[in-house]
Design a protein around this ligand. Structure first.
Ligand code: TYD
Length: 136
């Protein structure tokens, strides 16, 4: 899938003097229904996460606290996104190599995913990713 299928999505933000509230509804705000939620936290400075692709998984990534970068790579082009607002998320379509880096201290990355965890959906070697991507 091309890089342009991935995009930042602005979520509703309800602000009042008590604070802000944001919500995400599967198949409405994001183009898939949500089967799994996981989050990355306590990430040491300088650590990279990700560095893999998924064959079929759709994901939506939100910086719940602090900030980090996501680099997407479709096999021919790369784009870097700086994530630092809880009312924005990045939709990542299948067959996109992703790396997360530049985590701030206290950075929390929440991921909404279209499927339960399945190791067989991962492409963990960049050469395997390129070979599958070239056949699409
Ligand atoms: P991985 O997806 O490689 O982490 P990241 O891309 O964020 O660096 O997962 C790290 C480990 O956690 C790996 O052993 C698989 C396991 N894991 C689960 O058991 N369930 C999950 O939902 C996820 C995302 C990972």
């Amino acid at each position: 899938m091309p890089l342009n299928d991935c995009r930042l999505i602005e979520l509703p933000k309800i602000t009042d003097p008590r604070g802000s509230l944001t919500f995400v509804e599967g198949e409405f705000h994001i183009p898939f229904s949500i089967k799994r939620v996981y989050y990355l936290y306590d990430v040491p400075g300088g650590s990279d996460r990700g560095a893999h692709a998924h064959k079929n998984l759709h994901q939506f990534v939100i910086a719940m606290s602090g900030s980090f970068d996501i680099v997407l790579d479709d096999g021919s082009r790369q784009r870097r996104y700086h994530m630092n607002r809880s009312y924005y998320g990045l939709y990542i379509c299948p067959m996109m190599w992703r790396t997360l880096d530049n985590f701030s201290s206290g950075g929390v990355c929440m991921v909404l995913a279209s499927e339960c965890y399945d190791e067989s959906d991962y492409l963990r070697e960049y050469s395997d990713f390129l070979s599958v991507a070239s056949k699409k």
